[in-house]
Design a binder for this molecule. Structure first.
Ligand code: URA
Length: 245
């Protein structure tokens, strides 16, 4: 590839989570790493990622990592908490990558659905920043039947949630039946859907994120816990609806 930056071999491998610099030294001694078809000997060799094979295999996403993921119930969007973490669904090596992977926004432990995980800070900001107007759609099951005025209250732009100092942006509610709805949000506040229904005297018993922009979970055909890698450009096209999965 032309124009690709070169990097020290040991730094590249440790940054991609393959092992420590001393692990790399050992693999070099064993002749496990080739660069442009020749066994490499020196950890300080400047390489371009495309030229490197480890045990005959190309490196794992050397130019950055972005995945579309179906977050299962009970997995936590955190690197640190105890219990099941979303990162447990990915290869162990990914936990050691630099820059680190992080989720684009968060879904609660009890919420399933579409989640993007990336090591690309600019992409993360592009999707989360309200400036870019990327909506999120959720499907919720409610404890009590709808009262009838929820769509109006949510669309009003006047709903003030407990502990917030600004009202919610207008949100669109679609009634599926008296205890099932879909709701489109244009911002991402903590536990927002649950808190919006709590504010109108109801309780969300099940919650799934079905869409980020135009990208639907259904179109990905991913089962809970499954993921697919993509590129920032391809992802942004899916989210804007200019291409389909
Ligand atoms: N709203 C919620 O209440 N929870 C989520 O995880 C996302 C939106």
């Amino acid at each position: 590839m032309t124009g690709v930056k070169t990097e020290r071999l040991d730094r590249l491998l440790s940054r991609l989570g393959y092992g420590s610099r001393s692990d790399v030294q050992a693999w070099l001694r064993q002749g496990l790493i080739t660069v442009a078809g020749t066994p490499a000997r020196s950890p300080s060799l400047k390489v371009s990622p495309d030229d490197v094979l480890i045990d005959g295999k190309p490196m794992d996403h050397p130019y950055g990592l972005t995945v579309i993921y179906h977050k299962p119930l009970d997995a936590v969007c955190s690197h640190r908490e105890t219990g099941r973490l979303i990162y447990d669904d990915f290869p162990e090596r990914w936990a050691c990558r630099k820059p680190a992977l992080s989720s684009v926004g968060r879904l609660d432990k009890e919420t399933s659905g579409l989640l993007i995980v990336t090591d690309d800070g600019q992409l993360n900001h592009r999707i989360t920043s309200p400036k870019h107007h990327i909506s999120r759609t959720y499907v919720a099951t409610l404890h009590a039947p709808l009262a009838g005025d929820e769509a109006e209250v949510f669309a009003s732009g006047k709903l003030l949630l407990k502990d917030d100092d600004k009202p919610c942006l207008p949100a669109e509610l679609t009634v599926i039946d008296e205890t099932h709805v879909s709701i489109v949000l244009h911002e991402g506040r903590y536990h927002q859907v649950r808190r919006m229904f709590a504010a109108v005297g109801n309780h969300v018993t099940e919650l799934t994120r079905s869409h980020i922009g135009a990208l639907s979970l259904a179109s990905t055909a991913l089962a809970p816990g499954e993921y697919r890698s993509t590129t920032p450009d391809a992802l942004l096209r899916l989210i804007s609806g200019t291409t389909q999965v």
